[in-house]
Ligand binder design. Structure first.
Ligand code: KG4
Ligand code: ZN
Length: 349
């Protein structure tokens, strides 16, 4: 009898994560080791340090995921891991570990596209589980893109940022304001006590002829504003001014994200919007998405916060779909820094 458990591993950036999911879709365990404290002092992820920390943590993280699921390695029926996109050295750790384990156990190995994982994170909760086709908005520190999702291997990129990712707009602004790295969650907190209408900030690429985004103009506007504030006031932005700036910045980012997402739903005639990626943990984005969804007859699905930031459950949910289709990957599958979602199926046999 085939063993019904899939072990999934994620190591594309600065989270070393492992999860066990049952073939029927139940999530049995999830362990995430975040390297955020290691990289915070550098103001961003240092790829070489990330790879080394993945290497020193992966055994422990996988061991804890198996223990939490109360299973032994011999109970696994498949092993999946992210093959891209991401940092090559970081990806290689999880990918190689997964291939070795799968080969040693004589079970299928499944290479998973990281974005496909974000697009399927919500399906870990049966109450949320969206039915395809849907529009997927993936917003993280490295990506901001809209997809038409029809099933695994059947996602089509329909729009993306032409410069910075939305998470970068949060993180770079936070750095400028001395709020540390990564700053998205800090801005979220400060913004909750701020006035989003106080400082009008630019919203780029509003035209309806495409689904692309641009956040670099906003970043420059924030920098210019902060520099002139410092010159005028003789000190850093603080107090209510800081809270109002955070609220105004957050409002501009969320407005841009949802403007194109709702446009895509309307034009593509799809009534479900699924949001994933670290920025989907943002309180204003979560609330505003639901509000605009009601106005536009669009059902908005956002996974719980822990499944928005990088984790292995989402890799497990995508891997599961391939496993159920009896499709697995060759052990010669390599890590790919810029893996295209349209090519996800090519990673599978
Ligand atoms: O998906 P993720 O964990 O890693 C990447 O694949 O990049 O996303 C990390 C990003 C960072 O830019 C972080 O600042 C942002 O998600 N983020 C948030 C919040 N929590 C995390 N941005 C806004 N509000 C939040 N609450
Ligand atoms: Zn991610």
């Amino acid at each position: 009898m085939q063993h019904p458990y899939l072990l999934a591993i994620e190591s594309s950036c600065d989270e070393t994560a492992a999860a066990v999911v049952h073939r029927d879709g139940r999530v049995l365990s999830s362990i995430v080791h975040s390297q955020v404290d290691t990289h915070a002092i550098y103001g961003g992820v240092v790829p070489e340090i990330a790879s080394r920390e993945h290497l020193s943590r992966i055994d422990d993280v996988v061991g804890r995921a198996l223990a939490q699921a109360n299973i032994a390695p011999g109970d696994l029926g498949a092993v999946g891991a992210t093959y891209g996109p991401g940092l090559i050295g970081a990806l290689l750790v999880g990918l190689t570990y997964a291939k070795g384990l799968a080969q040693g156990l004589g079970v299928p190995f499944i290479g998973v596209h990281h974005i496909e994982g974000h697009l399927l994170a919500a399906s870990a909760d049966p109450a949320l589980s969206p039915t395809s086709p849907y529009i997927g908005l993936v917003v993280s520190g490295g990506h901001t893109a809209l997809y038409r999702f029809e099933g695994v291997g059947l996602s089509r990129l329909i729009g993306q940022t032409r410069d910075d990712a939305a998470g970068e707009a949060f993180d770079k602004s936070a750095k400028l304001l001395g709020l540390g790295y990564p700053g998205g969650a800090v801005i979220d907190r400060l913004a909750s006590e701020g006035d989003p209408t106080r400082f009008p900030l630019p919203r780029s690429l509003r035209d309806r002829s495409h689904y692309d985004y641009s956040f670099s103009g906003l970043k420059t506007a924030v920098r210019t504003w902060v520099e002139s504030y410092r010159k005028r006031e003789g000190h850093d932005v603080d107090g209510q001014d800081l809270r109002d700036l955070c609220a105004s910045l957050q409002d501009a980012i969320v407005d841009m994200l949802l403007h194109k997402a709702m446009l895509a739903c309307r034009r593509q005639q799809l009534s479900t919007l699924v949001i994933g990626g670290g920025v989907a943990a943002n309180s204003h984005l979560r609330r505003e998405a639901v509000r605009r969804g009601l106005d536009n007859d669009v059902t908005v699905v956002v996974p719980p916060r822990a499944l928005c930031t990088d984790n292995a459950v989402m890799i497990g949910m995508a891997g599961l779909q391939w496993w159920r289709q009896q499709r697995s990957s060759s052990l010669s599958l390599t890590a790919q820094a810029d893996a295209q979602v349209e090519h996800a199926a090519l990673a599978l046999r």
